[in-house]
Every structure is written in C-alpha cells, then in structure tokens.
Design a protein around this ligand. Structure first.
Ligand code: HXC
Length: 290
C-alpha cells in the first residue's frame, strides 16, 4: 500500500495556486534576488508587499510583479530604512491595511561592498551590520503579530561567507553569521507558536547586484570554481523559497539551506584569485581608516 496518492499532486505542494490567499512581506523586494523570490510567490497565487529605500525602484518593481498574474496585488512600500523599526512597523501595518494579512516574511534587505580591514571604518562596519542583522531582527519584530496570528514562516537571506574567513567581507560575514544565529534562535522560540524560521544561503548567483559588486570582471572564473560548473540562477533561490514556504517544508525549521552548487566546500571564496597579494597591497597603503 503506497503512502501517497493523487492528492499529493492535486492538494500538495506541487499545484498551481499553492499560495492563494497568502501574503508575503519582503524587504529588499525590488532587489535582484528578492524580486525573483517574490515573482515565484505571486505566480503561485500570493499577494505581496515589497519594502525598499528607493521609491522609483520599489514602485517599478511592484508594478512589474503585479503584472505577473491577473488579480495579483502588490504594494510598494518605499522610503523605508530597515535600520528603523518604527518605519518598518508602519510599513507592516500598511501592508495589512491593503492586503489583509501577512503570512510569509522574507528579510532580504542587505548592503555590501568589498573592503579590507584597513579601509573599513567602524561606521562602515556598523552600517552593514545594522542593515543586514539589525534590519532582519526589526523585520520580524514589525511582522510578529501577523506571523503569530497566521502561523506564518520567515526566510532570512544569508550567505556562506562566514563558514570560512573570506577577505574583504569582514562586515558581511559578521552580519550574516548573526543572521544565522538569529534565525536558529527564533526557530526554537517561535516554533511553539506555529512560526517557522529558516535561512537561505545563496552562493554566487548570476545577474545580481551582489555578483557585480563583489566579483566585477572575474565572474567566469568564479563559475569555473563552482562544483556544478555554473553560477546559480535567481530561479534557484526562488525554488528554495517556494519549498520552504510550501507544505513540503512544513517540518523544516531552524535550517540554513545552502543553494550554491557546492561552492563553499571548495573554500576559495570570491577573493581566491588575488589572495594574498591584494590584501597585502591594501594593508601597505597610507589610507588606514578608523
Ligand atoms: C569602504 C565604504 C565603501 C567601500 C561605503 N563605505 N562603501 N567603505 N569601501 N566601497 C563606507 C562609507 O564610507 C561610510 O563610512 C559607511 O560605509 C556608510 O556609508 P553610507 O553611504 O553613508 O551609508 P548608507 O547610505 O547607509 O549605505 C550603506 C552601504 C551601501 C551598505 C554602505 O553600500 C548601500 O546602501 N548598499 C545598498 C545596496 C547594496 O549594497 N546591495 C548589495 C546587496 S548584495 P565612513 O567611515 O566614510 O563614514 C549582498 C550580497 C551579500 O548583500 C552576500 C554575498 C555573497
């Protein structure tokens, strides 16, 4: 006697309208990776509110997302800085006013640039930690009542940089290590309320702001070092998102899902090619920053 039957297809996670009636709240939703995560949710029936700093960019992304499915509603929440919990709370309230509820939260807003320690000021370090880590905490704070009411789920967009010591990424590595810790602890505290918390850790993903900022001019070299011999696609991250929010992911909580083609196991990171010559050159320059 099989355990599964046709309802696995018609009522399970592999059906159209999977997320009908659900609402996603996505920080960084106009950005390269999080927009495609949101596209998948919309195509599968959800509505969404996307949060960003830049009004034009956020409005344009919301309009595009809304066009993906007849009847879809996407709210643009712009001029919001995730470092300010009050602004985020107002954004979450507006999302509920316009869309009725919040079921899924993606904390994806992030900041990054390449800098070695000698040129990374204390303010620069804390800017990134404040956006990536404190901003993620603030996002859950702002959405907590809705998550509790709707037994929702959270996905943090993390990274693999802190699994080993990646030069030029002290700030992001420290912030994302904190994001993983935040998610793991929330998984244990909020699990009894019916809320699941997980991370997705993308590896090198093609056509993203992250790749163009972090690996300008060496993208082909990066791809050749990935065990599966390609960069990831934004759809790879969207598929992981659908899995974690779907009933198929219902028992997955406190997990860090690495979607990187096996890249971090190679351990050379984005700086492999120039190491240690570039690092030494930077340390010797006369522009040490406090
Ligand atoms: C050294 C830099 C720098 C650089 C900025 N800073 N860029 N230091 N090298 N290239 C310093 C500034 O000099 C300043 O320090 C401090 O950072 C804050 O900068 P501001 O511009 O005043 O702050 P803010 O407007 O808050 O900007 C935040 C930011 C910026 C993170 C610094 O880059 C930003 O807004 N980025 C948003 C978009 C983004 O980064 N997206 C990438 C996502 S990709 P001083 O000392 O001068 O005051 C991603 C992938 C992660 O996150 C995972 C990878 C695998």
């Amino acid at each position: 006697m099989p355990t599964l039957d046709q309802s696995y297809v018609t009522k399970g996670s592999w059906r159209p309208d999977l997320f009908k009636g659900k609402v996603a709240f996505v920080t960084g939703g106009a950005g390269s990776i999080c927009k495609v995560q949101t596209e998948a949710l919309i195509l599968l029936g959800a509505n969404a509110a996307i949060v960003g700093r830049n009004k034009e960019k956020t409005d344009a992304a919301a309009k595009e997302l809304e066009g993906l499915r007849p009847g879809a509603k996407v709210v643009s929440l712009s001029n919001i800085d995730v470092r300010d919990v009050k602004q985020l709370t107002e954004a979450a309230n507006k999302a509920v006013q316009e869309l009725g509820r919040i079921d899924f939260v993606i904390a994806g807003a992030a900041g990054n640039f390449l800098s070695d320690f000698t040129h990374l000021s204390s303010n620069a370090f804390s800017s990134v930690v404040n956006i990536d880590l404190i901003g993620s905490f603030n996002t859950v704070k702002a959405c907590f009542e809705q998550l509790k009411k709707n037994k929702g789920a959270i996905i943090f967009v993390s990274a693999t940089l802190h699994y080993y010591g990646v030069p030029y990424q002290i700030h992001v590595g420290a912030a994302k290590a904190g994001v993983d810790a935040l998610s793991n602890a929330l998984a244990t505290e909020l699990g009894p309320l019916g809320i699941r918390s997980n991370c997705i850790a993308p590896g090198p993903i093609a056509d993203t702001e992250g790749m163009s900022r972090l690996a300008p001019g060496v993208i082909d070299q990066v791809a050749s070092k990935v065990p599966v011999q390609r960069l990831g696609s934004k759809q790879d991250i969207a598929d992981a998102t659908v899995y974690l929010f779907s009933p198929a992911g219902n028992f997955v909580n406190g997990e860090i899902l690495v979607v990187d083609g096996g890249a971090w196991h190679i351990g050379q990171g984005i700086a492999g090619a120039g190491y240690p010559v570039n690092v030494k050159r930077n340390q010797e320059s006369k522009t040490f920053k406090l």
